[in-house]
Design a protein around this ligand. Sequence first.
Ligand code: ADE
Ligand code: ZN
Length: 332
Amino acid sequence: MIDLIEKLPKAELHLHIEGSLEPELMFKLAKKNNIEIPYKTIDDVKKAYEFSNLQSFLDIYYAGANVLISKEDFYDLTWEYILKCVDNNIIHTEIFFDPQTHTSRGVSFETVISGIKEALEDANKKFGITSQIIMCFLRHLSQEDALKTLDEALNFKDDIIGVGLDSSELGNPPSKFEKVFKKAQENGFKLVAHAGEEADVLYIYEALDLLHIQRIDHGVQSIKSDELMQRLKDEQIPLTVCPNSNIELKVFENYKEHNIKKLLDFGLNVTVNSDDPAYFKGYLNQNFINLYENLELSKEDIVKLVKNSFNSSFIEDELKQKYIKEVKLYEG
Ligand code: ADE
Ligand code: ZN
């Protein structure tokens, strides 16, 4: 089964590019850019990656992102992730980036997006990997700040397929961002949001009914409401679940407690993703392998999860059908 997991062509729909910053590149960029980081050795970094909840991770994740300064840095960051896509047989990826994490430090929006974009274009030329870019608003900041960021993004409209919402969930409900999501929708952006990662189902309802999102990032708390579960099933709203992340951030006590198999068996449109793989002990295949080893996923489950990702992606229809055909070769 591990062989099947590795061979299956896959799509990834929930990946923060800043969360793919491996300690080795962090050290290299810190030195090059003369930025202080609170670690002396790679071992120190690995020891620091012990999290008790989402916030304890975010504090370390934002500190790590400080080493990213130039367009070349964003290119290198993205290119390293692309090499992981090759290893993991990811043929389509939709990556998140957090512009405010960088613009607040004086790094321009253009520097960030142009570095990411150039690496993704080279990934297509060299490996045939297709991709989309989704810009996330930081929910611990104000809606005013998000609106300013959206205005800047309009200058790069052709490079960004959608907007999302991430960072500290508890205390920052989707309702705080109704206006900016409405404006993003009017400008033709696709809409997604992190909801129900740590916070309860009210946040998922708000994301659906006030922000009108097309995919829920995480959404694992849905299981607490029978009514919501039925709605997600009826409407086949995609959930981009990130198993390793949920374990590392203590959303579930251990892998055996993870609810993805229950969500899948109920008929929800669930997908598997790596979230911040440099921080959460592994890329996409490792997430699938951990699920398989702990939750007894069948071959049908794994193929279904992979098909769900392609079906829930923002790829145009013709290419989507081509990719799904490739996955179907592994059925039966
Ligand atoms: N930013 C990066 N990873 C995140 C996560 N899992 N939840 C919220 N914001 C994030
Ligand atoms: Zn995330």
